[in-house]
Design a protein. Sequence first.
Length: 509
Amino acid sequence: MDSLNSLIDGFGTALTPMNLLWAAIGVLLGTAIGVLPGIGPAMAVALLLPVTYGLDPTGAFIMFAGIYYGAMFGGSTTSILLNTPGESAAVVAAIEGNPMAKAGRGAQALAAAAIGHFAGGMIGTILLVVLAPTVASLAIGIGAPDYFAIMVLAFIAVTSVLGASRIRGIASLLIGLTIGLVGLDQMTGQQRLTFGSLHLADGVDVVIVAVGLFAIGEALWVAAHLRRSTGKPIPVGRPWLGRADLKRTWKPWLRGPVIGFPFGAIPAGGAEIPTFLSYVTEKRLSKHRDQFGKGAIEGVAGPEAAASASAAGTLVSMLTLGLPTTAVAAVMLAAFQQYGIQPGPLLFEREPELVWGLIASLFVGMVLLLALNLPLAPVWAKLLRIPRPYLYAGILFFAAVGAYAVGGESLDLVILLVIGLIGFGMRRYGLPVLPAVIGVILGPAAEQQLRRALQISDGSVTGLVNTPFSVTVYAIVVLIVAWPLIGRLIARLRGGRKTAEESRTVSDG
């Protein structure tokens, strides 16, 4: 009841005219910036930090929350329409959303994503209000072996369900892990794969990798095939979801937040892991499994809901522990400190108006996001009517601007082109792009958690499986790996029974 009363007071703060204006500005700015490849919510919040110096803390954080959710949806927009994720959490949306767009159903994919963000954000924020103390206490008890087990699960899951074969999925993952090795060893400071370049000592930024593999690789692939066929505008299609689409999406909208929120609350990589796991789950449970990879709307609805709920979960550890689990949370933590506020267990007591106003503004921001972007879905989808040579020229321009903005170094553009050529080669030989991005995002973190777990256990491998949580996760990993073999064994047993029954029938006849 105390939380409910505080939330009601928070709505009193969030629904003032000025704070509503800041929320609306944040959603619009976030969506507009999220549409640009390479400029995700973290960069958007960081760029706007100086602008908010004159605002009171409550108004500033309400606007930041709007930017956060708006940028996530904007990243999904370009991911769906142009196969160019605006940020890493939108990577999964391209797998099914882009084939839907190419089939003339781009507006439906955008509508499924918008409603998914709304559902995930609403459910995630409700869970934030109800479960914040409990989830925070659980997050404290999760150690290095558990983090590493979660990341192994993400690696196995994503390589098992994508691409024409597991071998190609693993090959793509190894490419990503290799790119993730570039830079200084976090434990020893030893240079790895830097070729003597000081610029590469910091590693290759994940934004450059994602934009290079998706945007540049896609543009080069399209350019290579435009000589053979003229690029025709893709039809936009109906702007609303039909009854059949709603029947296929309502369950993923509800399942996504259940996966997304816990992963956002624990320091396990932000929205990337839950979106991948949500995609895997929807593919396993779908009655239209044959459509996956060709434009299954469940593959858009579930991961987008998971991403939005994960964003709400991120605020749990950030507000209650002062522990940022994503880049955006880290920037927001810096913003808190800029105002002389230290997030932690006492924040809810010392700054109740700010905290509950921020949480209430998440609900307001979700409504604004849906109200503004659902009608705009057909407008965004009209991007596909632009002739492809001009469209992909624009993508190359914005991709280059986004990559240059990451570090301000001209070498980043060369790295972007090299990774784009790798993306082109992967498309040429049928390697899925997503496992490579997973390898880059989670590879360094997985290596660090593995080393920590082994150091704690004095080098004993048993240190990786010494908690109930890690044992449970590895059991799931074994099940995923062994499931195709189990399926084949069951099929053979059934085939053997049928053959035996047929032979008996023949002998009886």
